[in-house]
Design a protein around this ligand. Sequence first.
Ligand SMILES: [Cu+2]
Length: 206
Amino acid sequence: MTRRILSLISSATLVAAVIAVPAIRLSAAADGSITGTITATGQTSNGNTVVYIEKAAGTFAPKGAQIDQHSLTFEPHVVPLLVGSTLTFLNTDTVPHNVFSPSYEKYNLGTWKPGEKKTYTFKTCKKFPCVYAQLCLLHQEMSAYAVVLQNPYFAVSDASGQYTIKDVPPGQYTLAVWHEGKLKAAPKTITVTAGKPLSEDFTLQP
Ligand SMILES: [Cu+2]
């Protein structure tokens, strides 16, 4: 009897072990990441550079993003987003603001009071990235950029130039950068490996 119980326990332990091992492997397999540093030659900041995978297989659910208008500034200054996604414009200032874009199909969301918000959905893009300048008719010094991309594997560098793109499926891709100025860097062919962070630096030059 005791031997039978022991045998049952050891079978159960074996089954648990067999289930547990593939589960750990699966979670590692799903996780690839790309990290690196952007050097924006001649700029005071290495920030606001979009690093993105040019094309990835699959269909992706749109994900909203947000820009605030505060202290007469669009915040953040650069917003990458997946095609089909909606950008929400807040106004947390004490004065009215407007939002318009002279890019592609062009739009003017009107002028609105503090505390209110407006949205715009970027439905299509013929050639990625589609870069939409965001301007305010009331304050000429205000500007921002919405960068519309084909897939959700993108990041924006911080002021020190660091960026991280998380949860990239393993595979071979073209990794590219966009900067609002005339700074450019050649795209790179990369291979993302399961469970292994990939390091890719870019030096942007005029
Ligand atoms: Cu304004």
